[in-house]
Design a protein around this ligand. Structure first.
Ligand code: AMP
Length: 433
């Protein structure tokens, strides 16, 4: 017996039955983003590994253990003179910032507002809601430090989740983790606090303690979470300017009546975040997979890549998790358009006419489907029913001979025979637009 090859662990096949969800989400996001004057950007699925090690931080899970390297299978032939290590993108922001600098977007009118949609790759431990290849929608605003920008991005996110029918299923959590000037005071204070409990922290947190003590705050392990409850709050340690910035963000959210929760322990997994951070959580889910979207300011990232000082902010949402949520709460989503016409054919000559009709009707803007095998009339009619087509055209030997076609109105079950030359005229009757 031949070995059956299976998909890699942590990946998903998206089958036609799910297409409507993907379309719904992508259409909803595009529509809202365009209304907010965001332009779509697509960056490569693989980039230089330096892009991520420099920005995301050496001591983060993504860089330490989750990146996939991209290599040619055959090594050492026809070297292209570029030996850099390439990796599959584990997130969008770094690639977008690279493009912002490389494509000179800093001379465009600022801020530059961009959205994207597509797969990212992380070597994570697969389970429900956690995959190794998953899709994100991603929103970025580059070139503006104003707290109102944070508010606008959260408003757009809020409206996207409302349009997706999930307004009552989510909570927006917000925090501020200060600017780079605040960072050393925050780190020192947190190290001092957690040091006392070092032996009780999990292995990861013991390691994080020296380099990335902020991450200890969002460790989900019970022992670490209990210790973190008594930790000093970041918000008390940030500078006056950062406090004022955050105050204005919260006032903006209040003015727009966007509900939010303050979460003083909310830090982000990546090193490059500054000031406002936020997460959209599923209110009914306590697990680690409850995060539906997350993001924040990254005011120093463009400079870190050699660009000029460019404050920026972004958010990324997990599409698979959103689809799971939409299914769970049974959001009614629009059925996307099915075939207009199904063509049933019996016999070789009828099949040729059917093919010609698929071509002609397609040119006229109709969507058609057909089973081109040798199935019986009954099973072809069953297939027609399944596609949801409005009309079925039936061509058998008699119709070939008579140069006619039977039109069946699927909703009413009625049918009529017409001359094939009159088809256009008759179709107009059924499809007025
Ligand atoms: P992050 O880039 O880690 O801030 O993640 C942004 C969003 O992507 C999260 O809020 C999740 O919805 C989603 N996400 C992150 N990791 C995974 C994963 N391994 N599998 C599926 N979705 C994920």
């Amino acid at each position: 017996m031949k070995e059956i090859i299976q998909k890699p662990r942590g990946t998903k096949d998206i089958l036609p039955d799910d297409e409507k969800y993907w379309r719904f989400i992508e259409n909803t996001i595009s529509k809202r983003c365009q209304a907010f004057d965001f332009g779509k950007i697509e960056t490569p699925m693989f980039e230089s590994s330096k892009l991520y090690t420099r920005a995301i931080g050496e001591n983060t899970d993504i860089v330490e253990k989750e990146m996939y390297e991209v290599r040619r299978l055959v090594q050492n032939i026809e070297k292209d003179g570029n030996d850099e290590t390439l990796v599959l993108r584990p997130e969008f922001t770094a690639g977008i910032v690279r493009a912002y600098i490389e494509k000179g977007m800093f001379v465009w009118p600022q801020p530059v507002k961009l959205y994207s949609f597509g797969p990212v790759f992380r070597y994570d431990r697969p389970q429900k809601g956690r995959y190794r290849q998953f899709n994100q929608f991603n929103l970025e605003v580059l070139g503006n430090a104003d707290p109102l920008t944070d508010v606008v991005l959260l408003l757009l996110t809020w409206q996207i989740f409302s349009d997706l029918g999930l307004k009552d299923e989510i909570v927006i959590e917000v925090n501020s983790i200060g600017c780079k000037n605040c960072r050393s005071k925050i780190k020192k204070t947190l190290i001092n606090y957690f040091k006392q409990y070092k032996s009780q922290l999990c292995e990861d947190c013991q390691r994080r303690l020296e380099n990335n003590p902020l991450r200890v705050l969002d460790c989900k392990k019970e022992a670490c979470a209990n210790i973190a409850t008594g930790a000093p709050q970041i918000i008390d340690l940030i500078c006056v300017e950062c406090k004022d910035h955050f105050k204005q963000v919260l006032e903006g959210l209040d003015d727009l009546e966007i509900p939010y929760d303050l979460n003083p322990k909310l830090v982000r997994g990546l090193d490059y975040y500054t000031r406002t951070t936020f997460e959209i959580r599923d209110i009914r889910d306590e697990s680690r997979q409850s995060s539906l979207a997350g993001g924040g300011r990254y005011d120093n990232l463009v400079e870190l890549y050699g660009g000029k000082n460019t404050p920026a902010i972004g958010i990324a949402g997990g599409v698979e998790r959103i689809i799971e949520k939409i299914k769970e709460v049974d959001v009614k989503i629009p059925e996307f358009k099915k075939s207009d016409i199904f063509i049933v054919q019996i016999g070789e000559s009828a099949k040729k006419i059917a093919l010609k009709l698929i071509y002609d009707l397609g040119e006229k803007g109709f969507s058609t489907s057909c089973s081109l095998g040798r199935e019986s009339l009954k099973s072809q009619l069953k297939a027609a029913d399944k596609t949801g087509a409005k009309l079925t055209l039936i061509i058998g030997q008699r119709e070939v001979f008579d140069k006619s076609v039977i039109i069946k109105n699927m909703a009413e079950g009625s049918q009529e025979t017409i001359e094939i030359d009159d088809l256009d005229k008759v179709l107009l009757k059924y499809f007025k637009s």
